[in-house]
Design a binder for this molecule. Structure first.
Ligand code: NAD
Length: 424
């Protein structure tokens, strides 16, 4: 199986060929060399007290490219975090920020830890240690972290607090995804799922897809999966199943999001919940991927669909809400079967877009209403889909991913060229 960074390199290589009319061969070669590795990867050992015991954890921050502006990207707490993974996620962030025309480059951070059984105070200790060790490399004009898997507004609040203690000045724009009271933006919590919904809605409108006749399954019931479901259900789509890491709850006609949320908080896992309800049946995550529906929305982790299970997928549309959920070999198989893949760099760009709104509000000190945030997010996501769809048609590009990459890379390469990074 491809590592996530190998997937990125394959995607980079296969998209640069569409820029031959826009840049010289030398420029493309020079840009490829720069974009094929992050600018730097910072690796630190965090010494933290977990359950009262001094423990050493590995933490990373990968800064991929900052031609368009300061580095930007989330911080993930997960046992499978690796250097390769943060490198890939930081590169995807560079592409993503440029897809939605934000003045940012790409970064990503992570701590190798399974936070499931940690106490609140353990997690606070990890957040503060991360900020202390990384404060020299982050800042509102340098590199701006945000939440990702297993981190949210509380983690950002602790990190910001520690950052401000160490640096000695208030700097709310150094982290996004903060609580409202610390300078967070209205609409940030739901932004990634809502942004994904706007992209899907734009695509659906372009294909005359009727919500009430369209079935969806969602893999992952975290921040992104939950909010995507919420808005898709509100628009009348039929969400038939939703999973967490234990498996999926399946309904014959349409899930009820409040009911599913209640079951999840009561029983902690869908597997356990399925034993206490007769409204929903249970499916494994493999069975969920193979369900006979119109849309499959992976919203958990990378490499959910690989060359091994791609042939089982029956959905005609894949909406990549997670980062890197479809590996390149799976993509080749799916595209040849006529499956349309709406790529992560577009579908989950709503989160970083509202993070950008948050940062802009922090810098200006002027705060927006929720309806202003939604309106501007909708304009960004519909606008990005439209530009990518047009480029796809104009350059006769077969996949939305390659079209999104071509659009994004053209902007990054142009910025690097103006800066004089590509040589003469
Ligand atoms: P989260 O931690 O809130 O939720 C992750 C969910 O995935 C959980 O329900 C977990 O149980 C489930 N999961 C984990 N492993 C699974 C497996 N093997 N099978 C099925 N489900 C599994 O994380 P999130 O913030 O919702 O992020 C989800 C994805 O979206 C990640 O790829 C993340 O990088 C990406 N993303 C998140 C944001 C954001 O703003 N949160 C923005 C852009 C991209």
């Amino acid at each position: 199986m491809n590592s996530p960074f190998d997937s990125y390199l394959t995607q980079l290589e296969s998209s640069l060929k569409f820029l031959k009319e826009d840049f010289s061969e030398n420029d493309i070669e020079a840009a490829k060399k720069i974009l094929s590795r992050p600018d730097r990867v910072i690796e630190k050992i965090l010494k933290v007290k977990l359950g009262g015991t001094e423990t050493k954890l590995i933490a990373y921050r990968s800064q991929h490219n900052n031609a368009l502006g300061p580095y930007k990207g989330g911080i993930r707490f997960h046992q499978n975090v690796s250097k390769d993974e943060v490198k890939a996620l930081s590169a995807w962030m560079s592409v993503k920020c440029s897809v939605v025309e934000l003045p940012y480059g790409g970064a990503k951070g992570g701590v190798v830890i399974d936070p499931k059984n940690l106490t609140e105070s353990d997690i606070e200790n990890i957040c503060r240690a991360f900020s202390r060790e990384m404060h020299d490399y982050i800042g509102e004009k340098v590199d701006i972290p945000a939440p990702d898997v297993n981190t949210g507004e509380q983690e950002m609040a602790w990190m910001l607090d520690e950052y401000e203690k160490v640096t000695g000045f208030k700097s709310p724009g150094a982290f996004t995804g903060k609580p409202l009271v610390l300078g967070g933006s209205k609409g940030r919590t739901e932004a990634t799922g809502l942004g994904g919904f706007y992209v899907f809605d734009a695509y659906a409108k372009s294909r005359n897809i009727i919500p009430s006749k369209t079935t969806i399954v969602v893999q992952g019931f975290g921040n992104v999966g939950y909010w995507f479901c919420y808005f898709a259900l509100k628009a009348g789509y039929k969400v038939l199943a939703i999973s967490d890491s234990s498996g999926a709850l399946v309904h014959k006609t349409c899930v009820d999001i409040d009911e599913v949320s209640e079951l999840k908080s009561k029983y902690r896992s869908f597997l356990e919940a399925s034993k206490h309800t007769n409204k929903y049946s249970f499916a494994t995550n493999d069975e969920l991927l193979a369900m006979n529906v119109d849309v499959l929305a992976p919203a958990a982790l990378e490499n959910a669909i690989t060359g091994k299970n791609a042939n089982f997928v029956k959905a005609k549309i894949i909406l990549e809400l997670a980062n890197g959920p479809v590996s390149p070999d799976a993509e080749t198989k799916l595209l040849s079967k006529g499956v349309e893949i709406l790529p992560d760099v577009l579908c989950n760009a709503g989160g970083v877009t509202v993070s950008y709104f948050e940062w802009s509000q922090n810098i200006s000190g002027y705060y927006w209403s929720k309806s202003q945030v939604y309106k501007r997010l909708s304009k960004k996501m519909f606008g990005a889909f439209d530009k990518i769809a047009k480029l796809k048609a104009l350059k006769n590009i077969s996949s939305y991913r390659q079209a999104a990459y071509a659009f994004s890379l053209a902007r990054i390469i142009s910025a690097m060229k103006f800066r004089g990074w590509l040589g003469k």
